[in-house]
Ligand binder design. Structure first.
Ligand code: 0WD
Length: 256
């Protein structure tokens, strides 16, 4: 499958080998895409370099980008413009909330914690879409990652659930704005997967256990399944789809 041959995609949010972003990178790379990895800061550079080195073609580009900084986003996309000219899509796999706000009651969320979660997990998608628009001159596909906790109450997900609701709405508004440039914007609502980000959520193990018992497929999902769905959303196979929240969750969301 060379669905993405000759195309370039920006992968944002690889932290380690368990990251969903890394699985998306492998799926897109396998389909022939050239990859540009952005990572939060120096702390993660070595990790991302080591992972990128395991890919069979070594034509990836690595750039730091802390999405809380407008100047980082601007300079990252201007470097990408200089290096590759045109890009065909972005996988936005970034979220953050303070650990102490991922347990107990949502009602106790602090102003600062609320702002931080929304800044990193939601506004970053808007800022990145705006910065990337100019170099997506051949049209393209932006994919972000969301979770069921934005649609209904999931214990302990709290402020991150509220941020995911805002992310889901942002996907729709962005899809409407960018559709005229043939840029599609979609979200994958992934079932729970054991990653670094998931570690911060209190009671995560019991969430996994519930999925194994109750989801229609009676199992949790893998990073690879999300990666392959991102490949579909980044390819022409999904050309009629935008503003969509696509669940890759073994069917769990259909249960009442
Ligand atoms: O169960 C799960 N793991 C699910 C994750 C279910 C459904 C959705 N998701 C979402 C997450 O909410 C997130 O949006 O998938 C996305 C990717 O998360 P992940 O793969 O589960 O987690 P991880 O490997 O930790 O990647 C998230 C990364 C950060 O890692 P850490 O853990 O070091 O915070 O987001 C990046 C960072 O690399 N990130 C940032 N990148 C740039 N600038 C920033 C920042 N300011 N903050 C966090």
């Amino acid at each position: 499958n060379q669905l993405l041959a000759g195309k370039s995609f920006v992968i944002m949010g690889v932290a380690n080998k368990r990251s969903i972003a890394w699985a998306i990178a492998r799926s897109l790379h396998g389909a022939g895409a050239k990859l540009i990895f952005t990572y939060q800061g120096e702390r993660l550079e070595k990790n991302v370099q080591e992972l990128a080195d395991t890919l069979d073609r070594n034509d990836s580009i690595l750039l730091p980008c802390d999405v809380t900084k407008d100047e980082d986003i601007q300079s990252t996309f201007s470097k990408i413009k200089d290096e590759v000219g045109v890009i065909h899509g972005i996988a936005h796999c970034i979220a953050f909330a303070k650990t102490e706000e991922l347990e107990g009651e949502f009602v106790t969320t602090s102003r600062g914690g609320f702002q931080l979660a929304h800044d990193i997990s939601v506004y970053s998608l808007v800022a990145v879409a705006n910065a990337a628009r100019e170099i997506m001159s051949e049209g393209g596909s932006i994919v972000t990652l969301t979770y069921l906790g934005g649609e209904r109450v999931v214990s302990n997900y709290n402020v991150m659930g509220v941020a995911k609701a805002a992310l889901d709405a942002s996907v729709k508004y962005l899809a409407n704005d960018l559709g005229k440039d043939n840029i599609r914007v979609n979200a994958i609502s992934a079932g729970p997967i054991r990653t670094l980000a998931a570690k911060g959520i209190k009671g995560f193990n019991s969430i996994l256990k519930t999925i194994e018992e109750k989801a229609p497929l009676r199992r949790t999902i893998t990073q690879e399944e999300v990666g392959d769905t991102a490949l579909f959303l980044c390819s022409h196979l999904s050309r009629g789809i935008t503003g969509e929240i696509l669940h890759v969750d073994a069917g769990f969301n259909i249960l009442g």
